[in-house]
Design a protein around this ligand. Structure first.
Ligand code: HEM
Length: 434
């Protein structure tokens, strides 16, 4: 399916979502729909140009965006469980979601991001996200979905103000948002108001999916003595080393995504298209005008791909070599946790892992998101002891049950944890190095 991007369209669905969810006016929608499936064959038009620009920008500016995120994030971490020796109980999901949303928005939208100027918007954002299905389908949402409609309106108003006050021009705003402003307003003539509203799509893409091994992580940290009498000792986390020095940590993160990030990958069939399953030689005719979805929820839990333990969390599943993936022995025999997920040479292949989609529309924010998630978890692991308030065993919550999943699965209830600074790190202030 990902190879047929000419006839199976992502952009037709994007345009639909922009019309319904972002309430863009008629003139802006006409600009969005122009050549959106490359009918002219020259990749002109707003959707295709922003798509191509973004894929480049995410590669070129990833360090800058991650540094913006980490600056904001470390300020929350450095304020946690103080004074040294004090335990602080937090609702983990709510705490992470709140600070993560604000830091992610700031990393893109800059120092005057709507969520930085008004942190209560974070709540409105999640009310809107919770009602994404009904907001798509219920007629007259201002009457029948009053709360969600008003929450969405407050988010829009803040984004419109962001556009009208030209806050994207401030230093510290990502080049990605500045380049979108140049393209969307400068080249395609959107008003500042419609630009602000359209950026709801970026806010949405950046926030909804990114939520959230000690020895490996400790190898990536170093202590720098604070200068002056009053300065706290400083500890530096080397973020790029998290990617290269921590195979178990990386494997556990990918496994978390396998289980939680199982959204449908949707396409609209522009032309009759034949799809062949090369392992069975079966051929399917997809009829023009129909919708198509890969259900990652089915694919990510298929025993024929992942083995008998497909249904359970297995931190070692994505270890890069067979040797490393061998976990505890079973009846005296070491078991390769990822045996069925390797090619004949023993290398992991990624075809069945669809958390970030694939092909032409593969998620451009995936590296950015993975660095965000890794550094957040790494700072917790490196600097804090975390336990349940009663000291008992941690029980993972069930997933929230919802009919329409827009992004990664959320926990069905929050988890209270008690956070204490780790021995030897009680007084440190954390910094991140890119
Ligand atoms: C864990 C976090 C994330 C997950 C699981 C995720 C997942 C996805 C998926 C499944 C798609 C659709 C791919 C397809 O249909 O083939 C997608 C597209 C997209 N994502 Fe992400 N995403 C994440 C984080 C982010 C972040 C942080 C950003 C931006 C800062 C972002 C920006 C986008 C954009 C702009 C698209 C549309 C791509 C296009 O137009 O071709 N994502 N993402």
């Amino acid at each position: 399916m990902h190879k047929c991007h000419k006839t199976l369209s992502f952009n037709t669905l994007v345009a639909q979502a922009m019309r319904v969810m972002l309430s863009l006016d008629k003139a802006s929608m006409q600009v969005i729909e122009d050549n959106m499936n490359n009918e002219r064959g020259d990749r002109s038009g707003l959707l295709l140009e922003t798509h191509d620009m973004m894929f480049g920008a995410f590669v070129q500016q990833i360090d800058e965006m991650n540094a913006n995120f980490l600056k904001c994030w470390t300020s929350h971490i450095n304020a946690l469980a103080l004074p040294a020796g004090k335990a602080e109980t937090i609702s983990l999901w709510y705490w992470l979601r709140h600070h993560f949303s604000i830091a992610s928005a700031a990393s893109l939208f800059g120092p005057e991001s709507p969520l930085t100027l008004d942190p209560s918007l974070e709540h409105d954002f999640w009310v809107m996200e919770d009602n994404i299905g009904p907001l798509f389908s219920v007629p007259y949402p201002s009457i029948f979905l009053r709360k969600a409609y008003q929450a969405r309106q407050r988010v829009f108003d803040a984004l419109i103000e962001y556009g009208e006050q030209e806050r994207y021009k401030l230093p510290g705003t990502s080049r990605l948002i500045q380049a979108r402003a140049e393209l969307i307003m400068g080249r395609y003539g959107f008003s500042k108001r419609m630009f602000g509203q359209a950026e709801g799509s970026m806010l949405f893409a950046a926030i909804i999916n990114t939520v959230p091994v000690q020895a490996e992580i400790d190898r990536c940290t170093g202590v720098v003595e604070g200068k002056g009498k009053e300065r706290r000792r400083r500890c530096v986390l080397n973020v790029p080393e998290l990617r290269t020095q921590c195979p178990l940590f990386n494997s556990a993160m990918r496994e978390t995504l396998r289980i939680t990030a199982t959204m449908n990958i949707n396409r609209f069939v522009q032309e009759d298209t034949l799809l062949t399953n090369h392992s069975t030689d079966e051929t399917f005719l997809l009829k023009k005008g129909s919708g198509l979805a890969i259900d990652a929820n089915v694919m990510h839990f298929q025993q024929s791909i992942w083995g008998e333990d497909a249904g359970v969390f297995n931190a070692r599943r994505f270890m890069p070599t067979i040797e490393k993936s061998k976990g505890d022995t079973e009846g005296g025999k070491a078991v390769d946790m990822a045996a069925t997920f390797r090619d004949e040479k023993g290398k992991l292949h990624s075809g069945a892992f669809r958390s970030f989609g694939g092909g032409n529309n593969v998620c451009p924010g995936r590296q950015f998101a993975q660095t965000e998630m890794q550094s957040v978890v790494a700072l917790f692991v490196a600097g804090f002891e975390i336990e349940t308030p009663d000291g008992g065993q941690y029980k993972p919550p069930p997933f929230e049950s919802r009919k329409m999943i827009a992004g990664v699965h959320k926990p069905g209830r929050d988890v209270e944890v008690t956070v204490r600074r780790r021995e030897g790190y009680a007084d440190v202030e954390w910094l991140c190095e890119m």
